[in-house]
Design a protein around this ligand. Sequence first.
Ligand code: GDP
Ligand code: MG
Length: 186
Amino acid sequence: MAELLFKVIIIGDPTVGKTSFVQRYVNDSYRRDYKMTIGGQERFTSMTRVYYKDAHACIVMFDLSQRATFQSAVKWKKDLDTKCSLLDGSPVPCLLIANKCDLSHREVEQEEVEEVCREHEFVGWTETSVKEGLMIDECMRFLIEEMVNKHAEIDGLSESFTARRGDGIRLNPDSQKSTASGRCSC
Ligand code: GDP
Ligand code: MG
């Protein structure tokens, strides 16, 4: 059976819950006491093109209890769109996630999120609680559907996205080069 391989990136201000989201989705685990990712480019609301390269979809996350992180969400989206697009020139499908909805303290209204979502052309938005495991799988299912639809739309890419069972890692440098350059306009 053919498989599709997609790269999804997750961006947003420090401490909004990005690492926790990945842990929750991949391991279905949540730890309140692990060592936080400190430093790095995320402090500057910007990442290098290398990080974005070949992304098929993106999550922009903010923390409902910290208004500043919501304001940054728009900057994150712009940073992505200026540095990366799909091969057909369209923006990378981007889901806006309002995390930490389990907290009673809120600094952002739903109407505001809806407006930013519309104005800045996110493919959708939702509240999540990584802590409680709320809406995590649904977010990923939604993005997977977006990516599969897009994949079906863009002709000529099917080869570079399709890995047949047993293909494994390609060690031939020439074939690697052509695959990498054929994927994304970053
Ligand atoms: P990152 O810097 O964006 O990777 O954020 P982390 O995943 O390191 O999370 C920062 C802090 O927020 C940690 O203490 C997490 O336990 C906490 N956190 C993450 N998600 C949630 C959530 O949904 N609800 C609450 N209350 N805390 C969360
Ligand atoms: Mg982190």
